[in-house]
Write a protein that binds this ligand. Structure first.
Ligand code: ATP
Ligand code: MG
Length: 537
């Protein structure tokens, strides 16, 4: 393939506007660059005719995110490459290596990837570049090196898929830490149940002993019947006491009153008995009632017997609460992971949201308040439940980390014509406008290295949009950020809705903001590789 195989008429680059002073292009000079060293004179001539040489004064050459219209090759000077991470520009490379290229170097991939500059470049001294229009560069690559283009495409998309797969794996590891959190959550009620059971065993032994004493004593039948009646009354009162919440001050006042009453009635170590009575919501009035019901000489053993009854009831309440908590957590974990359930089924989004919130409760800082605003008219919808839980997890995780230690997380649901929406609102600082169209890119993160993979929103987008044919929208201002998931009410049964994992590199790359971590890596590598090339040559 030679230069003459291409369109003989040089086309004036219209998109890649010159930003510096135009200078003559010399094929001898181009030939000295490692990038062009294997080209023949015709080809170099072709390049000089379609491209141009430019002198750029110190300052910016192009900016990250702008349409990638020019392919630049450094002839002389010094360039600094940087990438925007969060609000800062991070320098990723600095070189004066002749032949180093940058800019629209993925133009040959066409519209399968967004053609925008993936970094910013500025020059620090007056620098000369050979500049080629992106379209001309793409045309040249396809005509002169068709096989290389296939190989590069394979490398590019292959890399991207591999990165996505690695990302999934990283998410799984994150799930592992979630299950560690769950284990921790389970530990508290389990330990409480074990403790309460041991105490209950002691108390029941005490009661057996007391029963022996009562049977051997001088209790007549009526007194026993009265005691049994009182015991029934008190056992009934105890479950109701669960709704009773006393402040520490109120509780200690009541304990003092009961201790005094017991002292006054000749019952020693009353301080030992009073907390149990208070916990069960019993008071001096109730003790007066006991006194009025039993004979004076059986008052003390009766009170002690009733205290045992109250305590065992309280312990059984505690065991019931702990074990209920355990089974709620296990239920939530099952609902959350959707283990042993069909992946695609009709689901109640509120159940999914509740199980996710419960699973994340352990990771939620105490200063964050969760407000639920569910619309009860939201009907069950067909969905991949386990994956939707992933979406909620990612959005809640982002909201919580945006808010830091305190704020309000609002989970709202509702209906809008043929769609259900689920909104996650937070009171954090918001998503700055300049990164709003980048946050859905894979690997885009503003979190420090090691804290975020930048895949949360990318994965959520794929699950919602590619897999459920829903939408994911964002409204954000400081103090009020809302991510909204829209899901259709009816199954969208085309092939894409039922792909096993919703992964589709091309679709992902084609969406508005899809970024290309691989291309960024490759672009930085472009500089490195070219420098290395130079060494070898
Ligand atoms: N609720 C939010 N408030 C402010 N910024 C947000 C919010 N949600 C997302 N972002 C921004 O979007 C970026 C990308 O989010 P994404 O969930 O994709 O990745 P990440 O949270 O950084 O990392 P990962 O989710 O993999 O741990 C975040 O780094 C953050 O800058
Ligand atoms: Mg995230």
């Amino acid at each position: 393939m030679t230069a003459s195989d291409l369109d003989p008429e040089p086309t004036e680059p219209t998109v890649c506007a010159a930003s510096g002073k135009s200078l003559p292009c010399s094929i001898e000079e181009l030939q000295t660059l490692f990038l062009f060293e294997k080209l023949d004179r015709d080809q170099l001539q072709w390049l000089c005719e379609r491209g141009h040489v430019e002198l750029i004064e110190p300052g910016p050459l192009y900016a990250e995110g702008a349409p990638a219209t020019c392919f630049y090759v450094l002839l002389e000077g010094n360039t600094v490459m940087s990438r925007r991470v969060g609000g800062d520009d991070i320098e990723v490379g600095r070189t004066s290596e002749r032949g180093v290229y940058s800019g629209a170097f993925t133009a040959y991939l066409g519209d399968r990837v967004p053609q925008v500059y993936n970094n910013s470049v500025r020059v620090t001294v007056p620098s000369r570049f050979f500049v080629l229009d992106a379209e001309v560069f793409a045309e040249m690559m396809h005509s002169w090196f068709p096989m290389a283009v296939h190989l590069l495409e394979g490398l590019f998309f292959g890399n991207k898929n591999a990165q996505a797969a690695i990302g999934q794996r990283e998410r799984l590891l994150a799930l592992g830490s979630l299950s560690a959190g769950l284990t921790h959550e389970l530990n508290n009620p389990a330990a409480a149940a074990v403790r309460a059971t041991a105490t209950l065993r002691e108390r029941v032994a005490g009661m057996r002993h007391k029963l022996g004493m009562i049977a051997g004593g001088k209790w007549d039948r009526t007194t026993l019947e009265t005691l049994i009646k009182l015991q029934e009354e008190v056992a009934e009162k105890v479950p109701k006491s669960r709704a009773l919440v006393l402040s520490p001050l109120e509780a200690s006042d009541r304990e003092d009153a009961i201790t005094d009453w017991l002292d006054d009635h000749g019952i020693t170590d009353g301080w030992n008995l009073s907390p149990t009575f208070v916990a069960a919501g019993l008071d001096v009035a109730w003790l007066d009632h006991v006194e009025a019901t039993v004979d004076a000489d059986t008052l003390e053993p009766s009170v002690r017997w009733l205290n045992y009854t109250v305590e065992t009831e309280l312990l059984m309440n505690e065991i019931e609460d702990s074990t209920t908590r355990i089974s709620t957590l296990v239920g939530a974990a099952k609902q959350y992971s959707q283990l042993d359930r069909a992946p695609y089924q009709v689901v109640d989004v509120h159940e999914l949201l509740d199980s996710t919130l419960l699973m994340l409760a352990g990771k939620m800082p105490p200063g964050i308040h969760v407000a639920k605003d569910y619309d009860p008219s939201v009907p069950p919808i067909p969905a991949y439940a386990g994956e939707l839980n992933q979406v909620w997890t990612n959005l809640i995780d982002n909201a919580v980390s945006a808010m830091g230690e305190s704020g309000v997380l609002t989970v709202r649901t509702g209906m809008d014509r043929d769609k259900v929406f689920i909104e996650f609102g937070d009171t954090g600082p918001g998503v700055p406008p300049e990164i709003r169209n980048r946050i859905f890119e894979p690997f885009f993160t503003t979190k420090p290295v090691g804290e975020g993979t930048g895949l949360g929103l990318d994965i959520s987008f794929r699950i919602v949009v590619n897999k459920h044919h829903g939408e994911l929208s964002l409204e954000s201002e400081p103090g009020d950020t809302r991510f909204r998931v829209w899901l259709p009410l009816t199954p969208q049964d085309d092939g894409a809705a039922l792909t096993p994992d919703g992964l589709d590199a091309v679709t992902a790359a084609a969406r508005t903001s899809a970024g290309t971590a691989a291309s960024q890596a490759a672009e930085t590598a472009g500089v490195a590789a070219s420098a290395k090339d130079k060494e070898n040559s």
